[in-house]
Design a binder for this molecule. Structure first.
Ligand code: ADE
Length: 232
């Protein structure tokens, strides 16, 4: 049976999914609790990675090494980088990149880790197609987009930073883990997908919108991820 790793950075992003699991066993490693069990008829390992790229990369490597997962899904919330992507809408990653990697001094483009052969990490088409179909069915009241996800160790909450990230990445949304999960999945040859619901617009209103809309955004991703497990 295939095993799917499901990563959320924050407890709020995975708590409801964990409640819906059965046959649960727990393993602790690197300060993270890995919940192995069944969700929607699918064998899964659900884990809160902690916030930021380093935590997310470590978490993905543990899913690869210890649980030998066949796919990784990253679920959570993000700031919108496009006017038409509203709070509550969902973005499915076509690929991910790090907006805060900068070795231009050596001729690399923004996002490219020196001496790596790519600056973007393509997500899995089959996972994305499944997520798209399921999302349209279970979350009909919101829009679902497919596009690039830009990650960095930064909560983006001002217009200048937002515009810079858009210019450098052409991404649809920004968050703090997706590209680290993408990079780890790429290095391990594991299919992955980032699923993010928009909690704010990554601008000067972000600090107000984020707490207000976090819960609603998470409801949409939880609904999607649970039903996606039934469809895989
Ligand atoms: N996650 C949710 N909103 C975000 C933002 N504006 N910047 C970074 N990560 C986020």
């Amino acid at each position: 049976m295939n095993t799917i790793g499901i990563i959320g950075a924050m407890e709020e992003e995975v708590a409801i999914l964990k409640e819906k699991m059965s046959e649960v066993t727990v393993l602790e490693k690197a300060g993270m609790e890995f919940f192995k069990g069944i969700l929607g008829g699918q064998q899964v390992v659900i884990v809160r990675s902690g916030i930021g790229k380093v935590n997310a990369g470590i978490c993905t490597q543990i899913l690869a090494d210890v649980f030998q997962v066949n796919a990784v899904i990253n679920t959570g919330i993000a700031g919108s980088l496009k006017a038409e992507i509203n709070i509550g809408d969902i973005v499915l990653s076509t690929d991910t990149m790090q907006h805060d990697v900068d070795a231009r001094e050596f001729g690399y483009e923004i996002g490219q880790v020196p001496r790596m052969d790519t600056r973007t990490f393509p997500a899995d088409d089959r996972l994305r197609e499944t997520a798209l179909q399921v999302c349209r069915k279970v979350n009909p009241e919101i829009q679902v987009f497919e596009g690039r996800v830009a990650s960095g160790d930064q909560f983006v909450a001002d217009k200048e930073t937002k515009e810079k990230i858009i210019a450098n990445t052409q991404a649809y949304c920004t968050e703090m883990e997706g590209a680290a999960i993408g990079q780890a999945a790429y290095l391990n040859g594991i299919p992955y997908l980032v699923i993010r619901a928009i909690s704010d617009k990554a601008d000067d209103s972000a600090h107000m919108d984020y707490p207000a809309f976090e819960k609603e955004a998470i409801r949409h991703t939880v609904n999607l991820v649970e039903n996606m497990m039934k469809a895989l």
